[in-house]
Design a protein around this ligand. Structure first.
Ligand SMILES: Nc1ncnc2c1ncn2[C@@H]1O[C@H](COP(=O)(O)O)[C@@H](OP(=O)(O)O)[C@H]1O
Ligand SMILES: [Mg+2]
Length: 398
């Protein structure tokens, strides 16, 4: 395993910022819309008489415990904690540890006989000779985390148990039965930088997303519009969750009373602000900028890592999220399933660039036309038009 460079041995939690485009106005001047009190124009995804309450409780518990592990690692990230995968993307002991914790908790809380998990990481590198030390560190972290919950305190996991828990995530998913979908750390680059990341967990039933849980440990509880990175007192740590047909709720990770959230009901794109990836390698910033220009959007882009973007949009912090990967990149279902349901149940619309809804039933990958666009129902027609025009211009200029 190659070691991924970390600029300093320790990440200062105060470097947790919401990075913005350079030379932009401060966030507080953004015309971001806060609409927690606005009525959502909800479209139920499907008539569902099923209740997933038990699965939701297990998913929230699993994600919250995984957060504990991730926060411990992020506070004192060591160079040796970060490695590089075969596709050159970073992976940390927290990605593996979070996946193991979520897998163990879900299996303990639910019927493990029919357990299926589609998750990002596998144990391949950890089973190599050079992965031994890393595996020991992960095992220690996983056992400490599980022991911090009295339910799981008694029987520490062995190395083999941890490897098996990670590898339970190898399911191919598909159109029938129930499958959990997990990104144990979404936004690993943000996590390593000390910025935004999310633990993203969804449940698919017969190919449809029916539960979505997004734990965003560094996302401010108040709108990112009023976020002040200099204020160490500012409360961060959000848990978003949605069950099909029941709306989207947000609570603090330390357990405040949940509030129902809705996307903005803004109908003038000029007043909209938009989210995109912090990493230019993950999404074409030029294309987003051309789309925003066509819509008349005045505010500069809000660039943050991970599905925290879906969470922030679900409570109306911004109105649009644009994601256009570079040519050849294939999106994975764990990067969108939880965020999709959190936004859809908050009254928003998530589609590919041609307006097709996302199909999570085709295995580990999403088949998409060009990219992913997210907004409310009122803005979607104008957004689709601007996207189509910008894509046409892009292809004719090649
Ligand atoms: N070249 C690329 N284009 C688009 N997405 C990419 C990418 N390389 C990695 N990603 C995905 O982008 C996710 C982060 O999203 P964002 O850009 O919104 O922060 C990564 O999740 P992980 O961090 O779990 O690997 C990864 O799945
Ligand atoms: Mg990940």
């Amino acid at each position: 395993m190659a070691t991924f460079a970390v600029s300093s041995g320790t990440i200062n939690p105060l470097t947790r910022t919401l990075p913005l485009a350079k030379n932009t106005k401060p966030l507080s001047l953004f015309s971001l819309s806060i609409s927690l009190s606005l009525k959502a124009s909800k479209t139920p995804l499907r008539a569902s008489s099923m209740s997933y309450d038990k699965q939701l409780a297990a998913a929230k518990k699993a994600a919250s415990l995984a957060v504990r592990l991730c926060q411990k690692v992020q506070k004192a990230l060591l160079q040796a904690d970060v490695q590089s995968k075969s596709d050159k993307s970073p992976v940390t002991v927290a990605d593996y540890g979070s996946q193991a914790v979520v897998s163990v908790v879900l299996q303990k809380e639910l019927d493990s006989a029919s357990f299926s998990l589609v998750a990002e990481e596998d144990s391949g590198d950890l089973r190599k000779e050079e992965g031994k030390e890393t595996l020991q560190r992960i095992m220690k972290l996983v056992n400490e985390t599980l022991a911090s919950d009295e339910t799981y305190g008694n029987a520490p996991l062995s190395e083999e148990d941890v490897l098996a828990a990670i590898d339970s995530g190898r399911s191919e998913g598909g159109p029938s039965g129930q499958h959990w979908v997990l990104d144990p750390i979404d936004g690993t680059k943000g996590f390593v930088r000390g910025d935004q990341y999310a633990i993203a967990l969804a449940l698919l039933d017969e190919g449809k997303a029916v539960l979505g849980v997004l734990a965003c440990p560094n996302l401010p509880l108040s709108s990112v519009a009023s976020h002040n990175p200099q204020d160490p007192q500012e409360k961060v740590g959000c848990l978003f969750y949605a069950q099909v047909g029941s709306g989207t709720y947000m609570q603090s990770l330390d357990g405040s009373t949940p509030i129902k959230v809705h996307v903005t009901d803004l109908d003038n794109p000029e007043d909209a602000s938009f989210f995109e990836s912090f990493e230019a390698a993950h999404s074409l910033h030029d294309l987003s900028s051309s789309i925003a220009k066509k819509l008349g959007v005045k505010a500069p882009p809000v660039r943050i890592d991970s599905q925290a973007k879906y969470g922030a949009l679900s409570r109306g912090d911004g109105a649009i999220y644009l994601r256009f990967p570079h040519k050849g990149y294939r999106e994975k279902i764990w990067d969108h399933a939880a965020g999709y349901l959190v936004v859809a149940e908050a009254g928003g619309v998530v589609s590919d660039a041609a307006g097709n809804t996302l199909d999570f039933s085709r295995g580990r990958y999403l088949d998409l036309h060009e990219g992913i666009i997210v907004t409310n129902q009122k803005l979607m027609p104008a957004l689709l038009k601007a996207v189509k025009e910008s894509l046409n211009e892009k292809s004719s200029s090649l």
